[in-house]
Ligand binder design. Structure first.
Ligand SMILES: [Zn+2]
Ligand SMILES: [Zn+2]
Length: 255
């Protein structure tokens, strides 16, 4: 299984960081921030024998030597090699805008390194348009801004489908701690309430039927209570495994 990051997989996350940093970022900042948002693992964390540096840093440094941004015209380097900075171009801004939604979804949901990589690779290589299901948007009921209506409807559909799928004998409960909102808060307030966590990224391809997509999506979803969901997403730098969470609940949890 391939797990080393490639230069083309680093392009969009780098543009994302340049944009957040007023358009320009130094190489050392880029390395540091890419590390935070990508959470590299496996071989990319191996140290290089000759330097006090790992393979992930080396890959980011190589973006300059290999003209990764200049070739696409998305960004341009300036300054001396040791202290170089890279600046996003109008074409880079356009590329980022086209993929901003999907990128935000991938980079802010604690997905595994390999899953983020796989999807970045597909964005750069495929013409098929991916649409996201945002797990946050349906939790915040008030977020129906005009620009988000389509995404809201899509995500709400997935949520409804998941709730009916995971409801057993009229009840739905947290997969981690078994909390049942209806039992705790009563039928009027609690019935049917749950949050839906995305274990792996869930997309809809524009050309595939939504009903089919929903069926395929189910295995990547998990019904969780609001507390467990917050715990899962608590620490972006050190994301927790579901098995770790359920272990902690077994050790410490008490109702
Ligand atoms: Zn729970
Ligand atoms: Zn989640």
């Amino acid at each position: 299984m391939k797990n080393r990051i490639t230069e083309s997989e680093l392009v969009l996350p780098s543009l994302y960081l340049m944009n957040m940093n007023n358009g320009s970022i130094t190489t050392s900042e880029l390395i540091e921030k890419l590390r935070l948002i990508m959470k590299p693992s496996g071989e990319d964390l191996e140290m290089l024998s000759s330097r006090n540096d790992d393979k992930f840093s080396q890959k980011v440094r190589n973006l300059r030597a290999h003209d990764a941004f200049e070739r696409t015209g998305y960004a341009k380097y300036s300054g001396a090699l040791r202290n170089s900075a890279v600046t996003i171009s109008p074409a880079g801004k356009k590329h980022l805008e086209d993929n901003h939604e999907i990128l935000t979804y991938l980079l802010t949901n604690d997905f595994e390194y390999a899953d983020v990589q796989k999807n970045l690779r597909e964005i750069e290589s495929s013409e098929r348009k991916k649409l996201i299901f945002d797990e946050n948007i349906v939790i915040q009921e008030g977020v129906k801004k005009v620009s988000q209506v389509k995404k809201y409807e899509r995500s709400a559909k997935l949520r409804d489908y998941a709730i009916s799928y995971f409801t057993k004998c009229g009840h739905i409960s947290c997969d981690c701690c078994s909390f049942d909102f209806e039992n705790f808060y009563g039928k009027d307030l609690g019935k049917g309430f749950i949050e839906i966590h995305h274990k792996k990224p869930v997309f809809k391809y524009e050309d595939i039927d939504i009903q089919q997509t929903l069926k395929d999506a189910i295995e990547n979803l998990m019904p969780v209570c609001s507390n467990c969901h917050r715990m899962i997403h608590r620490n972006r730098q050190n994301p927790i495994e579901i098995s770790y969470l359920t272990n902690q609940i077994e050790l410490h949890g008490a109702f």
